[in-house]
Ligand binder design. Structure first.
Ligand SMILES: Nc1ncnc2c1ncn2[C@@H]1O[C@H](COP(=O)(O)OP(=O)(O)OP(=O)(O)O)[C@@H](O)[C@H]1O
Ligand SMILES: [Mg+2]
Length: 252
């Protein structure tokens, strides 16, 4: 029987810390061995693999492009063959490690209208997601992606902003678009890369969004990210604790 997974999309302006926060959430959620976690890298730049310490062999876009080439050559010829082929390719593109799996989207929906293939891919990703307790999607910067297909299944929208007005405006717009396009049950904002408590307090009064927490600028995160090290080796510290508390508030 298919479960109802909690599908979290991490969204916000470029460079606010979406990938770092996605990786830390994946680490936190996968700590419970009884829970299965799927991490989806939905940023065409494919960056989430580094902090998760996984290697991407094939993206959904690679699969899509291979299939389009094959379709142009007349195969697979029946709908059933097409579905079986996509099913097989997508399941084999999942990088798995214990209770954690990873899938990279690559370029979400490229040139030309291959609506049939795109729609099937979406359905299969949804089906794959149904095998997990949690799905964490590291989003592309900005508001564009929220209207794309993979986002339709999101249940929890985690908005990330830095201290800038631009960062706060972007998350407000994302929330508005998501309300129209997705079936989001819960949304919340995390302020990231905060300088001190004074800055956090000042920012709380500047947003109408539900704020579930704030994370200070942290040297260890910066260093691990700079060196491309897995966040699974990151020692626990106050910042991680702040994030874990925020995520618990968000998931209630
Ligand atoms: N809490 C933090 N403390 C210190 N540095 C941080 C923190 N969060 C993120 N960073 C740093 O900020 C930079 C951007 O982080 P990250 O790549 O996660 O952002 P992003 O929103 O995913 O960016 P993009 O929009 O390019 O995908 C990185 O150098 C990262 O190390
Ligand atoms: Mg990123």
């Amino acid at each position: 029987m298919q479960k109802e997974p909690v599908i979290i999309a991490v969204c916000g302006k470029g460079g606010v810390g979406k990938t770092c926060i996605s990786a830390l959430i994946v680490k936190m959620l996968s700590r419970d061995p009884s829970k299965k976690v799927l991490a989806i890298d939905a940023d065409p730049a494919v960056g989430l693999s580094f902090p998760l310490g996984v290697t991407v062999k094939k993206t959904v876009d690679d699969i899509r492009n291979d299939l389009i080439t094959r379709l142009k050559n007349g195969e697979p010829s029946t709908r059933e063959e097409l579905i079986n082929s996509l099913d097989y390719e997508l399941f084999s593109a999942l990088e798995e490690r214990e209770n954690l799996a990873f899938l990279a989207i690559g370029r979400p929906e490229g040139d030309g209208c291959y609506c049939r293939v795109n729609a099937l891919l979406k359905d299969i990703i949804k089906e794959i997601a149904g095998n997990f307790d949690y799905v964490v999607i590291d989003g592309e910067a900005g508001v564009e992606q929220i209207s794309r297909r993979v986002m339709e299944m999101v249940t929890h929208l985690l908005l990330v902003s830095d201290a800038s007005l631009k960062g706060r405006k972007v998350v407000e717009t994302i929330k508005e678009v998501a309300q129209k396009k997705c079936s989001v049950k819960q949304s919340g904002l995390i302020f990231n890369k905060m300088r001190d408590q004074e800055e956090i307090d000042a920012l709380h009064s500047k947003t109408r969004l539900f704020t579930c927490g704030a994370i200070l600028e942290n040297e260890t995160i910066r260093t691990f990210d700079r060196e491309g090290r897995s966040f699974f080796e990151l020692p626990g510290n106050d910042t991680i604790h702040q994030l874990n508390t925020a995520i618990k508030t968000f998931l209630i």
